[in-house]
Design a protein around this ligand. Structure first.
Ligand SMILES: *[C@@H]1O[C@H](CO)[C@@H](O)[C@H](O)[C@H]1NC(C)=O
Ligand SMILES: *[C@@H]1O[C@H](CO)[C@@H](O)[C@H](O)[C@H]1NC(C)=O
Ligand SMILES: *[C@@H]1O[C@H](CO)[C@@H](O)[C@H](O)[C@H]1NC(C)=O
Ligand SMILES: *[C@@H]1O[C@H](CO)[C@@H](O)[C@H](O)[C@H]1NC(C)=O
Length: 942
């Protein structure tokens, strides 16, 4: 028995030995994968029995006997490289097929933000840009610390600049393009707005080349993070149970913020592991753990703190004080079996006034959700119950759904061996059940991951196998590897550690022994990637905000952070196998996370797929709801030299029946948003393969309602001067007011009313209106609108009568609308507007009254008081109920001039009159005085 044990251990030892000899490769700039002809590739062998590198004739190695060698390839294509090993019985020679391209995009953008100390947080920042040749990069450029270009790079940059090169910078957070200007330092500079914790932008170039080389597009990220607040009293670490594999969580919308849990401690980063630090806690009123550290199982990252699962309770550590707290009122105090964090960003999801959950926690029979921040000070509960199950049903795991507002829980019934999936969307609260499998086949513990999709799509796995379900279908399939569904077997008995998927649906299954399996999500076959890391090492995969896979390895000296060249590894591993993508290219322009569809608006986008002649492949648009939106599609097909191209154009517009439904329920203005108005759509080719490249975005949300920041502006015509700050207040005489006979003094609010249009009192004026989304002009407004004076002036008129505009019956007027309702803001609007051009067999009425509705094409104009120069503050409002879901209003002000006014001259007359009187009095007194004086003189002389 003992003998057997020894032999077994020896076999195990031998086994581990055979895979220990691993090798890796990298480039000078790890971040930019530019594996091109003549570029430098560093080869690195880790193991004991290395002999030399074996490489094809097309390549050169500086020192083939060194485990750390440098290679250049002269010919493009796949290059087979492997280390030769002295003892093949203990180590394995693993061959890679590195794909060397002959692209002329050999140059790269270099970007740096010069450090400005004391610069305020929200200041725009300057990014300095020049062009580098990666093969000539020095240490400072590699580390991204160079602030000025070297002589050669300055020359290179200048040459390309003269050729017409410039950088187009697109911020990834919002659609905005920054233009760069070339400075006499020989670099470009661009201002980028800095309202974020970090800047993330894409740089693209013009097709300019220097000695045949062009600049490759790239992504750049800069962080403005501060380090964790130092808490003097914090001293207790938080660790996973000894021997546990590391685990990691990162913010779905802020992937640069991540929390790494290991049995050595818990580490936090705010800059995608450029720097990281250990999180320790102050036990506060809690007992000091006997081990000297807290044993944690799970953690999540909130905006203002962290939540830990310690034992079967949840604990909270705030960022301010760093104290670990337990409060069963806010967090679950006992029985907690798991904690799960949102994996897909939902910030842009167009639900207003409703915060989607960020955290899920469950006990055996109950599921709870929590938001993105925990307010410790108030009494409100952080966690709220979303699902309570009978004692016969046990929650195994829970996760956020395929659409941002949905959740799912995997449950098991004690009276049956069936596993079921319960799903619900937060805004609906209805739970649906789907059966999965019998537990006889699949044993827990389970994990679950929903993939962002229009129709529910997810993965469920235990230690050894993975199941997936696609697009709401009821079928569950195993992911296969070499015709087996047991991943463990293919990874020498190791278990599934975790699963990471990038934005292009590349999925990596990492085993505990660091074996990696890959598949393009949607395929049922996994395949093994070459070994990248020692099986004994503690490794975890992390997806940064550029969408790159980062391999984090816990070494004795700390965390080793390395970019994993996923694309190259996939290419290398797939070479020689029977993989081939059924299409050559798939592109589309459905690239915004959210599209808003207002009334009578339609959105158009296209998807194009190129494939070899005769393949039966197409583009598929799926959506999660059928009744809200209508889709029409047009197909353009072209076949050139055995290549077929199908370009489908989709037009999305509101379903008329659905519109009528919403019109009835809440008349018109839909400011409250409701998930039933949001349709999620997904674009995919009808067939894919592991070797296909998919674009980054496949899904978008379409919201039927008022677009974000949509508003109207009254055009200030160029010919009319518009003056700011020319007075502070003015008085409206009582006799022109509708609601009082007393004079009214108005303090003019320049900020909200804006400038005053100076209009001659004899001129007519018609406000013209433009529609804007934020600062973006959408189009000019043709719809009917009304105006009213904010301070109830009545001395303005319309120059057309109902008869002149062609009304079929008496039109609505302010007089008729204000009968019951006193406030003009509500009295008349899209909710009660009736057109006078529609014959509704109402009585004809008096058509000689002024027509009080205007639009861009009408001959109806405003006229002003002919007696007084006046200041008017008008509100305008669109009354056409078919125009928009938004409440569209604006304000403009008019000051008339030109009337020679008596009022203004009156004080002058008074003054003149007074002066004349005074002068007369003075004259009389002078005369009197002189005459008295003369009399006196005469008397004296006598
Ligand atoms: C597909 O067709 C639309 C119009 O029908 C066009 O605007 C678009 O550019 C086409 N796509 C490609 C890739 O040519
Ligand atoms: C109202 O005034 C405008 C501008 O002067 C003029 O073009 C229009 O014909 C007038 N409308 C009527 C009905 O007289
Ligand atoms: C604009 O107003 C005129 C009457 O002044 C009317 O005949 C026309 O139909 C209106 N246009 C729209 C788009 O409502
Ligand atoms: C709005 O559109 C509906 C249907 O298209 C139409 O019946 C109705 O008259 C329109 N309303 C107005 C005020 O134009």
């Amino acid at each position: 028995m003992l003998g057997f044990g020894v032999v077994f251990t020896y076999i195990l030892f031998l086994y581990f030995q055979t895979v220990v000899g691993i090798w890796r490769y990298k480039q000078i700039l790890e971040d930019k994968e530019l594996f091109i002809v003549d570029s430098t590739i560093f080869l690195e062998y880790e193991g004991s029995s290395f002999l030399e590198w074996q490489y094809p004739d097309g390549c050169d190695v500086n020192d083939k006997r060194s485990p750390h060698a440098v290679m250049w390839c002269k010919s493009p294509g796949f290059q087979a490289v492997k280390p030769l090993i002295s003892d093949v019985s203990t180590e394995k020679e693993e061959e890679r097929h590195l794909y060397i391209s002959d692209s002329f995009f050999r140059l790269a953008w270099y970007a740096v933000i010069p450090l400005l100390r004391n610069s305020p947080e929200h200041d725009p920042q300057t990014v300095r840009i020049w062009i580098i040749d990666p093969d000539r990069a020095d240490e400072a450029v590699i580390k991204n610390t160079a602030m000025i270009p070297s002589v050669y790079f300055r020359y290179l940059t200048k040459s390309l600049f003269i050729g017409g090169e410039f950088a187009v910078i697109e911020l990834s957070s919002f659609p905005q393009t920054s233009w760069s200007y070339f400075t006499n330092m020989g670099v470009w500079e661009a201002r980028i707005l800095g309202v974020h914790e970090y800047h993330h932008f894409h740089m693209t170039s013009q097709s300019v080349s220097f000695l045949g080389n062009s600049v490759a597009s790239s992504q750049h990220v800069f962080y403005r993070t501060s380090s964790e607040k130092a808490h003097g009293d914090e001293k207790v670490s938080l660790r996973l149970p000894t021997g546990s594999r590391m685990s990691i969580v990162w913010g779905a919308c802020t992937p640069h913020r991540a929390l790494l849990l290991s049995d050595k401690g818990t580490f936090i980063t705010k800059n995608a592991f450029l720097t990281y630090e250990e999180i320790k806690v102050d036990p506060g009123e809690l007992l000091m753990p006997t081990e000297g550290y807290y044993l944690v199982f799970d953690a999540v990252l909130l905006e203002n703190g962290l939540i830990f699962r310690i034992g079967d309770a949840l604990f909270w550590r705030d960022n301010e004080e760093g104290i670990l707290r337990r409060n069963p009122m806010k967090l679950l105090g006992e029985g907690v079996k798991g904690l799960s964090f949102r994996t897909q960003c939902a910030d842009y999801y167009p639900l207003l006034g409703f915060e989607l959950a960020t955290v899920l926690a469950w006990t055996d029979h109950e599921l709870y959700k929590g938001g993105k921040a925990l307010d410790w000070k108030t009494n409100s509960n952080y966690m709220s119950n979303v699902l309570s199950l009978p004692k016969t049903t046990t929650i195994l795991t829970a996760a956020f759904g395929s659409q941002p507002a949905c959740l799912g829980a995997l449950v098991m019934y004690t009276d049956s061996v069936q596993l079921s999936l319960l799903t619900s969307c937060e805004t609906e609260g209805i739970w649906r059940t789907r059966n999965i499998l019998s537990t006889n086949v699949l044993q827990g513990p389970f994990q679950m991951l929903f993939v962002s999709a229009a129709l529910e799509t997810l993965l469920v796995w235990n230690k050894d196998s993975m199941l997936y379900s696609f697009h709401n279908d009821s079928e569950w399939r195993y992911l296969q590897i070499m015709d087996s569904s047991n991943l463990s077997q293919e990874a020498s008995g190791s278990h599934i550690h975790h699963v990471v998927m990038d934005h292009s649906r590349n999925m990596l299954v990492k085993m505990e022994n660091n074996v990696l399996f890959f598949c393009k999500f949607g395929m049922n076959k996994l395949f093994r990637l070459p070994t990248w890391n020692d099986p004994g090492r503690s490794v975890v995969l992390y997806l940064n905000q550029k969408g790159q896979i980062i391999m984090l390895t816990m070494l004795d000296g700390g965390l080793h952070v390395q970019k994993y060249p996923l694309q190259m590894e996939i290419r290398s591993a797939m070479r020689g196998e029977v993989h081939s993508c059924p299409f050559i290219g798939f592109t589309h322009n459905m690239n915004r996370p959210v599209y808003y569809i207002d009334k009578e608006e339609a959105i158009e986008f296209w998807a194009q797929i190129v494939y070899h002649e005769g393949k039966n492949i197409n583009v598929m648009l799926s959506r999660n709801k059928d009744h809200v939106l209508q889709i029409t599609e047009r197909t353009h097909f072209e076949s050139v030299r055995h290549l077929d191209t199908t370009n489908k154009t989709f037009t999305i517009y509101q379903d008329a029946d659905y519109r009528d439904m919403t019109n009835n329920s809440d008349l018109i203005i839909k400011n409250s948003r409701n998930s039933s108005d949001i349709v999620t759509m997904e674009l995919l080719p009808t067939q894919i393969d592991n070797s296909c490249n998919l674009p980054k975005n496949q899904i978008s949300h379409f919201f039927v309602g008022c677009p974000l920041n949509r508003h109207i502006r009254v055009i200030k015509p160029q010919r009319i001067p518009c003056k700011m700050h020319v007075f502070d207040s003015y008085t409206i005489p009582g006799f022109v007011l509708s609601n009082s006979s007393k004079d009214l003094t108005v303090l003019y609010d320049w900020k909200s009313f804006g400038c005053v249009l100076r209009i001659h009192y004899k001129d007519e004026f018609r406000p013209d209106i433009d529609l804007y989304d934020g600062e973006t002009f959408v189009h000019s407004v043709d719809a009917n609108f009304i105006v009213w004076e904010n301070f109830n002036r009545e001395d303005y008129y319309f120059n057309a009568t109902m008869h002149q505009v062609g009304c079929l019956h008496e039109a609505q007027t302010w007089k008729s609308m204000l009968v019951d309702e006193k406030r003009p803001e509500e009295a008349w609007g899209p909710h009660n507007y009736k057109s006078c051009f529609v014959d509704n067999s109402e009585k004809l009425g008096n058509l000689d009254q002024p027509y009080e509705i205007m639009n861009r094409s009408s001959m109806n104009y405003l006229t002003f008081s002919q007696e007084n120069s006046a200041i008017y503050v008008f509100s305008v409002k669109i009354v056409d109920p078919n125009y928009s879901f938004c409440d569209l209003r604006a304000v403009f002000a008019v000051q008339t001039y030109g009337i020679p006014e008596l009022d203004q001259l009156f004080p002058l007359y008074v003054l003149l009159f007074q002066s004349i009187i005074t002068l007369i009095i003075l004259c009389i007194s002078f005369y009197r005085y002189t005459s008295i004086f003369r009399d006196m003189l005469q008397k004296k002389c006598v």
